[in-house]
Each structure stands twice: as C-alpha cells, then as structure tokens.
Design a protein around this ligand. Structure first.
Ligand SMILES: Nc1ncnc2c1ncn2[C@@H]1O[C@H](COP(=O)(O)OP(=O)(O)OP(=O)(O)O)[C@@H](O)[C@H]1O
Ligand SMILES: [Mg+2]
Length: 717
C-alpha cells in the first residue's frame, strides 16, 4: 500500500519534471535566439559607424595627397597620426595594385607578413580577420580622388577593430549566456574560459545551414546553442550558448525537495491512516480478546468503550452481554452447587429417616410395656427421635425430596393465621408489620410448608435484630419478565405472588449471601443455629416451583423475597384436613417393605392394633404370598423396592383379585418418580417417618370409605 502510494508520487514527479524540462528548454532556446539576433543587429550598427568613420578618413585631402605619391615611406610617415584619429586597432593603406603602402597597429601581432595575405584575399567592404589569436572586424573603404569623369581610385583604406570578449559582454546582449565566434570549425573568440575552447571547438555543431537551436556536450555538460552568421568576405558564425544542465539544475533541487516532501506526505498519510485504523482496530482487538476470554471462562475481562462511534456502541453492548452472562453463570453455579449438596443431603436423610423410624417405633412399643422407672428414659429416647425426625424433614425439604401436599391457598390467610404465633416468636422488642395486598392471586402450596417458610424467615429476622427493630411481612402481585429470568437462571418468567419478609437488622455481607442457602451454613455460635433454616426455605420454594431472592445491606437490613407462581383466584382455597386418631381395627394387611427393621416395626404395631399381617420383602414375594391368602383388605407397600416395586405389584394383584385398598409408603419420591410409578391421585401416600397411629388411622379411613354400608350396619348395632 505504502509502496504503491510512493510509486504513484514518484511517477507524478517524473512527469512534472519532464514537462518542466521541455518548458525550460523552450525558454532557453528562445532566449538564446533572441540574444544572438540582438547581437547581430548591434554588430551591424557598429559596422555602419565604423564604415562612416573610415569614409571620413578616406575623404581627407591630406590622405588623398599622400596616396597620390604612391611612395611607401611618404605614405607610411604621413599617415601615422590617422590611427589615433580612427579609434581603430589597426589602419592599412593600399594602392590600387594591392600593394600595402602603410600599416599602423596598436599590437605587434598585426604585422605585414600576417596582414598581406589577408588583404589580398579580401574583397568587398567588410571582413573578419583572425590574426595571432585575435579576431578583428575589418572595414574597407576606397580612397578616391576627383569627381565624375575625373574620378580616380588612389587605393583602399582598411580599419580593423579587435573583438574583445569583455566589451562584447558589456554590451549586455548576452545576459547569462556565453558567446562564441567560429569559422569553419575553428573557435575564434569566446567568453568561456580558454581551457574549454578545445572541447567546445570539437563539440560545436558545424552545421551552418540550420539556424535552429542545437544540443551538444562539453566535458559531459550539456549545452544548448543558437547561432547566427555575421557577414563578411569570410563570414563568421556567432553562437549564443548556455549550459542546459545548469539551467535545469534548479529542477534537480526542486525534484529532491519534492521527493522529500512527497516522502514526508506519504509517511504522514501512512501515520495518520495507521492511527485512525488503530483507533478502530484496537477496540475491535479488545472485543476479540474479550470474546476469547469468555470462551476460556474468564468473565471478568473488562472492555473499555470510549467515544460514540459504532465500535464503542459494540463494545458497550459486549460489556452488557458479559455482565449478564457473568450474573447468570454465577446463578447457575450457585444452583448447581445447591443441587449437588441437596442430592447428598437427600441421600443421607433418606437412610437416616429409616433409622429414626425404627428408634421411634420401638420406643413406642417399649412404652406400652415399660416399668414406671424406665418410662421417662424411653420417653426421652422418643423425644430425641422426634427431634432427629424434624431435622431429617428439614434436610429432605432442602433436597426437595419430601412429599408435599399442595393445595390452592391464599397466602394472606396463611400469614394472618400466623400473626399471633409470630408475635410470641419475635418478642416485644420487635414490631411486626403486615402489609397484605388484596390484589394477589392464589398459590399452589403445601400450607404447612409455607408456614415453615415464614417462620424460618421470621426467626432469622429476629436473630438479626438483637436490640429490636421492625419485621415487615408483605404480599403483593408480581411479574417476573424475561430479562429477569435471563439474569437469574433459577427463575422463570411469569406471574407470581410475592411474599416478602424484611427486617432492619444487621444485614449480611456479599460473602455470607453467597452461602446462606447451603445446609449447615450458619454464622451463629455453636448450638445456636443448625444452618438448616434457609436451606429448608430454599427447598420448599423450589419444590413449589417458586423463586427466592435476597437483598441485604450490612447494618441496614435484609429482605427475602419469595415468588410463588400465581394461580387464578377462582381456584378455591381448601380447608385444612384433619387426620383421624388411631384406634383398634380388624382385617388383613399385606405389608410389603424391603427394609427388614421397618417391616418388622410396622408389622408389630399393626398386629398390636388387631390386624392380621402378611409380610413380604418385595413385590414378587408379595404376589406369591397373596395367592395363598384367603382375604386381603389393605395393601401397604413401599414404592421403590428391589425386583418389583409397589405400584407394579399392586397392578398385578388387581388383575388377580379385586376389592382391596392400597397405601403406598415412601421416604421420598420426586414428582417425576411418582409419575413414573403411575400412582393415581386417589392413592393414599404415607410419608416416612410415620407413627403407627398414623398408619392405623389411614387404614381405618380407607376401610370406612370402602364399606360405608358395613359402617352403617355396625353403628346401628
Ligand atoms: N435476616 C437475616 N439477617 C442477617 N443475616 C441473616 C438473615 N437470615 C439469615 N442470615 C444469615 O444466614 C445464615 C444462615 O441462616 P439459616 O437460617 O440457614 O441458618 P441459621 O439461622 O444460622 O440456623 P437455623 O438452622 O437455626 O436457622 C445465618 O447464620 C445468618 O448469618
Ligand atoms: Mg435460621
């Protein structure tokens, strides 16, 4: 690119120079032509004057008288003073027979021997003589005596004027040019230094026919010359000449200057282009670098955007994209971490749950037969079991593996029901404010779990406001849009009911906020907190397809916002159900459970209540045993078991015999697992851990529903 610009510039310079050379040559030629012609004119005038003064001398009677003697010594002697009068450089008198009678000269070079041959060779009134290295312009006039018929030629007068270089130059005809007189290839006189004459002589174009200007070289220097012929018996050629190289030397200087200027211009242009392109390419490079960093997982690479051009806009757009990507990535990482912890906690809780049930079940059984001294101890064991069971429930809630019993409910009602209890919970130092909007819809949630959520948040708020404060619980309708969902990958866009719990307590640092939903994360001193409160809240909200957000400022306060998907207000809020109390019963129960301890426990408590129990370890065994049984009133089966699970077993059994009720037990089952197990919504579910009372109550509930007639009959007796 740079080279092309440079070449173009050079080409332009070459063209300009060629043009200027032509112009200079034409100007020079015209000058030289004018100069030689002007000098030729001057020379003519000078000759005329010289001719007149020669004529004046020739007309003098004394000269005529002298010439009449035709005696050489007399004429020689008598004409001496005439040289001074004539102002010429030499004066010659000659008789009609071409015999020289007198020669007077200012220089010794002009003597008889030199002059006589020239004199004989000259006819006419003028000639150019070259004598002893000097050029003379010679005028001739006849010396005539008498008039008319008496006229008699007495001889010739010749006056010679030396041509001097300095006086020619001072005539002003030649300006800056040099001149040269030449005849038949011989240089006679020149204003140039004599040492170049030899070269000049051999170089001069001896083409007398042409009057046009000619080029020639002297010692490698180029000259241009214009010539004109000066008349005479032996004419000479006058050259006006000038060094063409010198005349165009300014062009070289100009050229050099132009090349330097051109180079500077090209370089400056290139630099400007470079800086402009840097202006554009640098931000683009940064964008590319930013994109690469993103690819490599670095979300902190900032791209500065300066100015208002498109590139800056692009940079800004990229920055926004990076920021939101960073946020959503953080959100995703957080939820993935909670998910992993949840799975772990869920697994532990599930196994732990079975153990707790065994402990509680056996302590129940022991209580029946315990001595009064042993009773308090066993009760203590049972209480510990209850506490452990509450803990596992929380863990299961967090891992979203507890079975919820969602209902359509009014969150305002849930809060109102809790106000009294909350007052007690938070104490007199903390003011409770509720702000409940009537505009909100219903939500689909497990009422007990929703209460748990509010309670956990209220307890945390209380703990954050150790020296009193204000607890605000509010509800209102909310809409989460796609933008919010884009930045918070855990949230889905849609209409929600917002339940917000705000305190003006100690607040949390960003670092704390990043971990609060993790189970067992607590900042409270040992024994004060388990770190399961918010984990439970998180699990319940997630399992209810909701979203939770926290806003907190250190020493200012905290707001937890819980968004639960809104269902239409027309959906009827259900009244809470009450469970029937345990009582003795009759009938045959097919109990299918793979965990032996649990199975034994459940069987023992059912038998205690009066049921006959058939125990099976899995679905396959249950089917075999069922074939031998005369009657089965209720099937109580675990959902997930090796070989054959509960639902499949029940389906097979239904094909063989009808008329039995079914209760499924489960420690946990995700919604998907429930769906896969193809359990109808009419099925009764029992969550582990359950007490024998709960199991008995469920069985009796089912029996009543199945045989209302029998129930009526029994009540009438
Ligand atoms: N409203 C709040 N203000 C300030 N910090 C809070 C607030 N709510 C929770 N936190 C912080 O989050 C941590 C975790 O809370 P979380 O409820 O899960 O556990 P905990 O309250 O410490 O124990 P517990 O299991 O008894 O609830 C708390 O220890 C506390 O540091
Ligand atoms: Mg707590």
């Amino acid at each position: 690119m740079l080279a092309v610009v440079f070449l173009l510039t050079a080409a332009v310079l070459v063209l300009v120079q060629a043009r200027m050379r032509r112009q200079v040559r034409a100007d020079l030629a015209s000058t030289l032509r004018t100069e030689s012609r002007v000098y030729a004119e001057l020379e003519k005038i000078r000759r005329d004057q010289a001719q007149q003064s020669a004529q004046l001398i020739a007309n003098q009677p004394t000269l005529k008288a002298l010439m009449s003697t035709n005696d050489r010594p007399t004429v020689e002697d008598g004409s001496k003073s005439m040289l001074a009068m004539s102002r010429a450089d030499f004066l010659i008198l000659e008789n009609p027979h071409n015999e020289m009678l007198a020669l007077h000269s200012k220089s010794t070079g002009v003597n008889a021997a030199q002059v006589e041959p020239l004199l004989r060779a000259t006819e006419g009134s003028e000639d150019w003589w070259f004598v002893e290295g000097r050029l003379y312009d010679v005028n001739f006039v006849p010396i005539v005596a008498g008039f008319g018929r008496e006229e008699r030629v007495l001889g010739r007068l010749a006056l010679g004027h030396e041509m001097r270089a300095d006086s020619i130059l001072s005539s002003g005809s030649f300006g800056k040019s040099a001149f040269a007189f030449e005849r038949q290839g011989k240089l006679l006189l020149s204003s140039l230094p004599t040492d170049v004459w030899g070269d000049l002589e051999s170089s001069l174009p001896h083409d007398n026919s042409s009057t046009s200007e000619r080029d020639f070289e002297v010692r490698g220097e180029r000259f241009l010359a214009s010539s004109v012929e000066l008349p005479g018996s032996h004419p000479v050629r006058l050259y006006s000449l000038q060094s063409y190289d010198q005349a165009t030397s300014f062009l070289h200087a100009l050229n050099r200057m132009l090349i330097v200027l051109g180079a500077v211009a090209v370089l400056a242009g290139a630099l400007i282009a470079f800086f402009i392109s840097r202006q554009i390419t640098r931000p683009l490079e940064q964008l590319v670098a930013g994109a690469k960093q993103l690819q490599q997982g670095d979300f902190n690479f900032k791209i500065p955007a300066r100015g208002n051009d498109e590139v800056a806009d692009l940079s800004r757009a990229f920055e926004e994209m990076r920021e939101s990507l960073k946020k959503s990535r953080e959100g995703m990482l957080r939820s993935a971490r909670l998910e992993a912890v949840g799975r772990l906690a869920g697994g532990v809780a599930h196994d732990f749950n079975n153990l707790v049930m065994i402990i509680k079940g056996y302590s129940d059984m022991l209580l029946d037969s315990a001595t009064p001294e042993a009773k308090p101890h066993i009760e203590e064991i049972k209480r510990a079991g209850d506490r452990a069971s509450a803990l596992t429930r929380q863990l299961l809630a967090f891992s979203r593996k507890q079975i919820l019993e969602p209902q359509v409910l009014d969150p305002n009602q849930t809060v109102r029901n809790m106000v009294k209890m909350l007052h007690v919970l938070i104490g007199a130092d903390i003011e409770l404010v509720t702000s409940l909007s009537d505009e909100i819809g219903r939500v689909q949630a497990d009422p007990g779990q929703l209460e748990q959520v509010v309670m956990n948040l209220a307890v945390n708020a209380r703990d954050a406001m150790s020296s009193g404060g204000k607890l605000i619980i509010e509800t209102r309708a909310a809409h989460l849009d796609a933008d919010y969902a884009a930045v918070n990958p855990e949230a889905r866009a849609g209409d929600y009911v917002l339940l917000a719990v705000t305190d003006n307590g100690c607040g949390m640092s960003k670092e704390t906020q990043a971990h609060i939903f993790e189970p067992f994360f607590t900042t409270k001193e040992q024994g004060k907190g388990t770190g399961l409160g918010l984990a439970t809240v998180y699990g319940i909200v997630k399992q209810s397809k909701g979203h939770i957000a926290v806003y907190s400022e250190l020493n200012v306060g905290t707001t937890f916002k819980i968004y639960l998907p809104a269902v239409s207000t027309s959906a009827q809020a259900q009244a809470p159900q009450k469970t029937a109390s345990a009582a003795k019963g009759t009938g045959t129960v097919l109990l299918v459970e793979d965990e032996p301890a649990l199975r034994l426990l459940a069987a023992a408590s059912l038998k205690r209540l009066g049921y006959s129990v058939i125990e099976a370890e899995n679905g396959v065994e249950a089917l075999t045993l069922a074939d031998t049984a005369a009657k089965i009133d209720v099937v109580v089966a675990d959902i997930v078991m090796p070989q054959m699970g509960g639902p499949e077993m029940v389906e097979k059994l239904r094909a063989r015999r009808g008329n039995f009720a079914v209760i499924f037990m489960t420690g946990y089952t995700e919604a998907a697992a429930l769906e896969n197990a193809r359990i109808g919504s009419e099925t009764v579910l029992l969550h582990k851990p359950f007490s024998s009372e709960t199991l008995a109550a469920k069985i009796q509930e089912l029996q009543k529903a199945a045989w209302p007639a029998a129930k009526a009959a029994s009540s009438s007796t």
